[in-house]
Design a protein around this ligand. Structure first.
Ligand SMILES: Cc1ncc(COP(=O)(O)O)c(C=O)c1O
Length: 316
């Protein structure tokens, strides 16, 4: 599970290309703040196009190592989002059978991308939404426990560990351990918890903040509003220095700015993370503090585009 490196040397599997993502300095966003530099970790550069490649690979590798996956078992989980894409391509690369449970009414593009990697799709009641998909996967696993491996990213400690031993190490190395603040959105909480744990060891004095949607019904796909959700077991708020509440409009507006001003066409949760980083940076500047503020760009905007007619066969 060592962090691989991009380079000219051949690799024996595309799964070895997860991690070692670029860290990019934002040149215009935050430029007005003296002594502050904002950096963005480009997780869209992972082979599956999102931050979820890291925990998916680590959960799968850990399960292969301890025997809970293998001997013909099928990986099963209830996700149609970035984690589903990550499971589907990694399972294809490692020759592991994969089944994804999703509500029957998810977009055709979401179904096509999973099928493009050979995953089996199981549909749950469209009226029951994502909770219905969770109930369905649990029922499948309860009925035939020896048939399935259920990673359960919300409760699996390998999810934050992927960031503690990957994302955090890469950030600390890139900035010689000089990180004043780290800011990331909360979905499962894996990114913010794991990276914060790693950075506390490798970048002494770092302060760590989570960004969550301000509204229960929000448009920041991939992020969770904790007050109205089941809190994931891996998320431990008491370990963090604070939480930033982000209105959907502010996250969307920052995603637009990142495209126009930085050349980074990213998803809305990335916009929310950068808006959170800018708020932390502004507070630091006001207090006369300086240093590096680091955040994470989980995926690219094109994951949310509806494909045009000629693109449909290959669209995400
Ligand atoms: C687009 C997007 N942003 C952010 C996140 C949050 O990441 P985490 O689950 O590590 O908290 C996710 C996770 O699914 C995501 O898909």
């Amino acid at each position: 599970m060592t962090a691989p490196r991009y380079g000219a040397a051949p690799v024996d599997s595309v799964a070895r290309l997860v991690g070692s993502t670029p860290l990019v300095r934002l040149r215009r966003i935050g430029a007005e703040l003296p002594g502050i530099r904002i950096f963005a970790k480009c997780e869209f550069a992972n082979p599956g196009g999102s931050v979820k490649d890291r925990p998916a690979l680590r959960m799968i590798e850990a399960a292969l190592a301890d025997g809970s996956l293998g001997r013909g078992k099928t990986l099963v989980d209830s996700t149609s989002g970035n984690t589903g894409v990550a499971y589907a391509w990694i399972c294809a690369a490692l020759a592991i059978p994969c089944a994804l449970v999703m509500p029957a009414n998810v977009s055709p593009a979401r179904k096509r991308i999973a099928r493009a990697f050979g995953a089996e799709l199981v549909f749950s009641d469209p009226l029951e939404g994502s909770d219905g998909a969770i109930r369905k996967v649990r029922a499948l696993v309860d009925a035939e426990p020896t048939r399935w491996f259920y990673p359960d990213q919300y409760g699996n400690e390998e999810n934050p560990r992927a960031h503690e031993h990957g994302t955090a190490v890469e950030i600390a190395e890139a900035l010689d351990g000089r990180v004043a603040a780290f800011v990331a959105g909360i979905g499962t909480g894996g990114t913010v918890m794991g990276t914060s744990r790693g950075l506390r060891r490798l970048a002494p004095g770092v302060r760590c903040f989570a960004v969550e949607p301000a509204e229960p019904l929000h448009g920041l796909e991939g992020l969770k509003h904790m007050g109205s959700s089941i809190v994931p077991p891996i998320y431990r708020e008491q370990e963090l220095d604070g939480k930033i509440s982000m209105p959907t409009d502010d996250g969307w507006a920052m995603a637009e700015r990142l495209g126009r001003e930085e050349g980074l066409r990213v998803g809305h949760s990335a916009g929310a993370a950068v808006a959170g980083a800018l708020a932390v940076a502004a507070r630091m500047a006001e207090a006369g503090e300086h240093g590096n503020v680091v955040t994470v760009l989980p995926d690219r905007a094109d994951r949310y585009f509806e494909p045009g007619r000629w693109e449909r066969r290959i669209a995400w």
